[in-house]
Write a protein that binds this ligand. Structure first.
Ligand code: SAM
Length: 251
């Protein structure tokens, strides 16, 4: 996202408004996102949730913090008896609620990670959200959100590990108090760069024309190109090529 994370992290109002504008101008942003890396991270997260949901007996409840327009939250209704998505963007919550009319047992609320009042969740997810908090807030809010889990519950969070976001070297301090049960990393450095260049070209030079959209979705939608780039990233850059982490912690 083109947000000024350095300047605005921690300012919930500005972040909420930035996302309102983003969602207002791209109602289908998340639904029609053609980037295979996005689809891939969602699929991997869903697989992890499914795996840990199986470890919970009986009815289970999920809280999705920073749910956006709810494309991940909606798919969770298959696994959980109750699902709540929260977000600081009013627009996101309206779209999520509108899109969830046919989805069972799912609700949405306009509020922040700093204000969560509901307790006793078996699983809490927070996908690509923590960057919008300052470092101090990240630590504080992750600790607080833990209190909202039932004993034995799972916290699953994903983030980009590049410098601007949450670099790997600070992950240990950020999550020091928790026990990690699984980590899932992607070595996607080369593919991410290719994808970013393609999207810049599409936006600035060809102004999102249908033709370039098609070409770009074909290139960035190719799993074999993605796999080849992942392989090369890992081989050439090793740990430096880790671009995303999906971490699972258990209370
Ligand atoms: C990059 S989007 C990710 C959306 C969704 N989780 C996904 O994976 O597709 C980040 C979302 O976090 C929300 N957000 C940012 N700061 C937040 C906060 N303090 N509390 C709750 N949501 C927040 C934004 O409004 C935005 O919808």
């Amino acid at each position: 996202m083109g947000f000024d994370l350095k300047k605005n992290s921690g300012n919930e109002r500005i972040i909420g408004e930035d996302f309102d504008n983003l969602y207002l101008n791209n109602e289908n942003l998340y639904k029609s996102d053609v980037r295979i890396s996005e689809i891939d991270r969602l699929e991997r997260t869903i697989a992890l949730v499914e795996k840990y949901r199986k470890k919970i007996n009986g009815k289970a409840k999920l809280l999705d913090v920073g749910c956006g327009t709810g494309r991940f939250t909606h798919s969770m209704s298959y696994f959980f008896n109750e699902t709540l998505g929260i977000d600081v963007s009013k627009e996101a919550i309206q779209l999520a609620a509108k899109n969830s009319e046919t989805v069972r047992k799912t609700s949405f609320k306009h509020t922040s990670i700093t204000q969560v009042q509901e307790y006793d969740w078996n699983v809490i997810t927070s996908l690509e959200v923590l960057y919008y908090l300052t470092r101090d807030e990240q630590k504080k809010n992750i600790l607080e959100i833990y209190n909202h889990l039932t004993p034995g519950g799972f916290f699953i969070c994903s983030f980009i590990t590049e410098k601007k976001y949450i670099p790997l070297n600070i992950v240990n301090t950020l999550f020091a108090e928790f026990s990690m049960v699984e980590s899932n990393y992607t070595y996607r450095f080369i593919f991410r760069k290719v994808e970013m260049v393609l999207f810049k070209v599409q936006k600035h030079i060809f102004n999102n024309s249908a033709f370039t959209n098609r070409i770009i979705s074909q290139i960035s939608g190719s799993r074999s190109i993605m796999k080849m780039c992942d392989y090369l990233s890992k081989l050439i850059l090793g740990k430096k090529a880790i671009t995303r982490a999906i971490l699972v912690f258990q209370k």
